[in-house]
Write a protein that binds this ligand. Structure first.
Ligand code: HEC
Length: 157
């Protein structure tokens, strides 16, 4: 029981739980050693992270974006563009928003994958862009934020 608690406390996601399921077998001591408990160390694909994304956490993380972005259909632009309907669109697609040349000429198309890279560190992903935002460090947090944005901006409809 204690082992499960420790693993869950470490924000273990499916792979960790699977690892723990095999922990009864000889030789599979990774989960017991505790070394697998740091989620930052565990490499997962974005799809895997999205499958277990925490939309409520995404909603809280969005508070970092809210000063600059509205999400609802017909919402007004702020410092940054309204994001309704942006999934699947080329970067810089809102006609009445004044983007940086870097973003307009970037040829980025907004998918969960490109958004994940953008949100990790916008200044590195696309030098010269005008979004003043340091980035979201943890992959699990980015996935939660992306899942929330998909839900709120009409991506799944
Ligand atoms: C300080 C204001 C600010 C914050 C905070 C901010 N953004 Fe932005 N965002 C901008 C600006 C300005 C642009 C346009 C950048 C450009 O033209 O280079 C932008 C662009 C974007 C785009 C591209 C939109 C398009 O139409 O191509 C996305 C997606 C985006 N932001 C998502 C986010 C998310 C998600 C967050 C929160 C984690 C966030 N932003 C935080 C100001 C901000």
């Amino acid at each position: 029981m204690l082992r499960w608690t420790v693993i869950l406390a470490g924000l273990g996601t499916i792979a960790l739980l699977l690892a723990a399921c095999g922990a009864g077998e000889p030789g599979s001591s990774e989960a017991e050693s505790g070394q697998a408990a740091d989620p930052v160390e565990v490499e997962k694909t974005l799809d895997e992270l999205l499958a277990v994304a925490d939309v409520d956490r995404g909603k809280r993380l969005y508070l970092q974006c809210r000063a600059c972005h509205s999400l609802e259909k017909g919402g007004s632009h702020k410092v940054g563009p309204n994001l309704y309907g942006f999934f699947g669109q080329p970067a810089g697609w809102a006609e009445d928003f004044s983007y940086s040349d870097a973003l307009k000429e970037s040829e980025i198309v907004w998918t969960p994958e490109t958004l994940d890279k953008w949100l990790a560190r916008p200044s590195e992903f696309l030098p010269g862009n005008r979004m003043v935002f340091v980035g979201v460090r943890r992959p699990t947090d980015r996935a939660s934020l992306i899942a929330f944005l998909q839900q709120q901006t009409g991506a799944n409809r």
